[in-house]
Design a protein around this ligand. Sequence first.
Ligand code: SF4
Ligand code: SF4
Length: 781
Amino acid sequence: MALSQFVLKIVSRCDLSCDHCYVYEHPDQSWRRQPRTMAPATVTVAARRIAEHATAHQLGTVRVVLHGGEPLLAGASGIDAVAGELRRHLDPVTRLDLRMQSNGVLLTEEVAEVLVAHGITVGVSLDGDRAANDLHRRYASGASSHAKVLRALALLRRPEFRPSYAGLLCTVDLTNDPVTVYRALLAEDPPRIDFLLPHANWDRPPPRPAGARTAYADWLLAVHRAWTADGRPVPVRLLDSLLAMAEGDSSGTEAVGLAAADLAVIETDGSYEQVDSLKSAYDGAPATGLDVFDHAIDKVAVHPLIAIRQAGLAGLCGTCRACPVVRQCGGGLFTHRYRSDTGFDNPSVYCADLAHLVQGVTDPPPMAQPRSPAAGGPADLVIPTPRVPGGAAAHPAPTGTEPDALDPAVLDDLGSGYGSTASVHQLAAVHLAKTRALLVALSPAVAGQAVTAPAWDLLVDFDVTAPAAVRTVLAHPFVRRWAYRCLAVPASADLGHLARIAAAVAVRAGAAVDLDVPVRDGQLSLPTLGVLRMPDVAGPVRLAIADGGFRVSGDERSGPVASGHRPPGWRPARRVDTSGTLIEDTDPYRGCYQDLVVAPRLSAGAAGRWAAQLASADRRDDVGGYAPGVRGLLRAVVPLRPDRRGRQRSATAASAFGAVAMTPVPDAAALAVLLVHEVQHLKLDGVLDVCELVDRRDTRLLTVPWREDPRPVEGVLHGTYAHLAVADIWRHRAGAQATAQYRRYRAWTDHALDELLGLGALTPVGQRFAGRMRATVDSWP
Ligand code: SF4
Ligand code: SF4
């Protein structure tokens, strides 16, 4: 059998001295015999071994986890070298899923740059709030590591580094309150949380209060209840795995379930070891006697203990095999089954906990109903009908006068693929109403809070006295994205951003007002205006806003924005002169494009090149009927980091209406096509937000000529709408290449429209919309 996961120990020492560490504090002491770091020659041989194994077994994906000790002790250059070598050998033969597990304390911007550049995602160990984390995760001097870990997590939350933020790993300690720990982890806005039971076995059982047979399950079930009541705002790997297995899916963790383990460790000296946690069993437990220099990975895969871990049910003891919850529990983690007289042929030392946990998660007792938001409980994600003037809301709100639906004639116009200036303006107005509705949904959360309540009142006032300023700021794509995230993940909502929005409106309105505004992650971000970097400040600062500028009270360095003054740390928003479109390289909510990595703040030269190219694209006259869409909807272009393989990448996000993200484009002609393509997605996102075009009960997939994988109907509609416009642009350009492109895109559009119109998966409105597209294509020669 093949192995597809490898833990690469690039450093064997650590800068912390956690007393629960299985590497240094448990029976196996082999770290003392290991070199401090993995030599470059060993990295090369290991990379070759993994590549030859991936090739021989035709592995589609291989996961390599850079580990230690503490891998960040290798430094930015060391990590760069290791990752580069792995990519050099593995990228040509498989998809390399490159990860790191770290304590985070040495994470710097320089290291984060390297992580992003190599596509490395990092899991950070954190056991909860400061009190919880300080129980074990300290320096040898006894000093706390907590503040440094939080600083690392703030760095990973920055949009340009967020793609490298994999999540948090928390080791359970019964002395900590489970819900407090869960909330402290959630506050760090992780993409994922995992809980780990402390490594133990029958010889060294885990600490537990006398008579508390299921104390660990009870602890985890308390987390499960809070997580469920919150609407499961973030994946929790252990709980998600148990739920998935109850539905018949496979587990996502070796801690539970019967899936075959397919992991090996490569130590700093090049020796292969079994799973790392075996170090908690006995000295020498993980050893295999094999190494990368003399042995292929196939030899490791047939090692007796690895073979047992791959045997699923057959590899378990008789008690487990007869257990009613064995398919979900899987006998627990292999390491936790050890006993010196019977080896690993036992149930887990957490057996009672696991049985109770499986039952509690998959068949929970009836819970009290969550309280309504008005009663102070968690807010569900509700996107209400946009509020109209005079409508009832819990609190006075910026109401606006935007329409909340598209006229049928506008829908017909947009359905043609084009869209007049008037139609596009109505679409933009409907979406502004949507953003207002999101704000109204947030109003119970912000009312009565010291920082956000005055900001809310200001916004309501400005909506009357300075409506244009309110509209400009609320129409910013990442204001909407922020509001959406607050509602989707209330437990980690950055509600203080409302004060930054109000401050931006006040500056634009030329108002004179003092306002307390929170600094987050060392940045004071004012949407549409820019960002003031304040790395040493945490919490709110008072802004004295006047004459279209602002000062930070008590900080004489800052100065009026409008006068052209550039106080230290102020990074103004840049915009394209001809169109007013922002080149958005500062907003903290711009990192919303899945695996695409947003570029950090551009240099003045790079920003100038973007601006010049966007202005040239704007002046081109070959985008015909699509120009109103680009001019009326495109509010921000988000530069992405260049793709490592040199591919052109671009994207839109439905929750960031008005923004297009893209890697640098070779010339203005190509940029014009790309902008039209992406703005078509924006237009259709906008329509789909207020009109049902697709029957959502229809889950059929369609094969399309532009993708290898079958696509859902809505995805095909999106692609067709974009390709129609691209075909049309090439239709108007001269030359053999343009003709070839036109034929290609037109053929794709024709094929997809035939499929869509014949499938019966569109609503009547959707059928009419697609019919309008058909009429446009049929009108071309
Ligand atoms: S940070 Fe990790 S490797 Fe280092 S001592 Fe703590 S648990 Fe062990
Ligand atoms: S609950 Fe206990 S007996 Fe059942 S599978 Fe898990 S460890 Fe084995």
